[in-house]
Design a protein around this ligand. Sequence first.
Ligand code: MG
Length: 260
Amino acid sequence: MSLTKTSTEIDALRRGGLLLSQALQAAVDAVKPGVTIRSLDAIATEVIEKGGGKPSFRGYKAGGSIPFPSTVCISVNDEIVHGLGNRNLVLKEGDIVGLDIGLWLENLATDMAVTVPVGNVSQERLALIRLTRDAMYAGIDAVKLGGNIADIGDAVEDAVDGRYGIVTALVGHGVGHKVHEPPHIPNYRAGKAFPTVKIVSGMVLAIEPMLTTGDSDVTTGDDGWTIKTLDGSDAAHFEVTIAVTEAGVEILTPQPKVRI
Ligand code: MG
């Protein structure tokens, strides 16, 4: 499989990324104490389907045998990623909630995520969210033509500067022709354990740091999907799909507007 996309494909990915961002924005705008996560999933699904897209996570198996049941992965507090979005779980004041969403449009996949506060949250939780967001932008800034994919994880780790745990059990990825495709993109300093992958024009990459207020160890919930911190500490996750071309780095999935 090609690691790169044509300019025609990148044009389509830009349209897909915009629709995905609009779906995520609609869900984010509905986040408040008392809402079920299932209702957020329904809002995002409607925007994607009205825009002619198809949710890419619903039915996805990711190597396991259980198809993912919802459009959005919705992960609350100590849940890091892959929380089931079809739950009747009610968000409470002070929670933090990660919304991770992907779609197909014109046969191309995009992927993005944001973590947002529910009502008033503690300064500690806000700080975790902000630094995870900043770490994602540091990763984006590290992407240079001719550079190495590992530069992204190095930049994330430098931005975190030891203040939080960085999840290493999951990585970012190429995206576009598939929901997940090569190359793997570590969100941490991988060193020599990671093969050198040169960054070339036409790459479309999903960068997605996951930080915790505790250790980086994870465990999988009984549902077979939800990845949580092993020590019960809080977690935050941000994700963006970018395209690398001769013109530079372009964000294909504009970050939703969130007050954090
Ligand atoms: Mg992803």
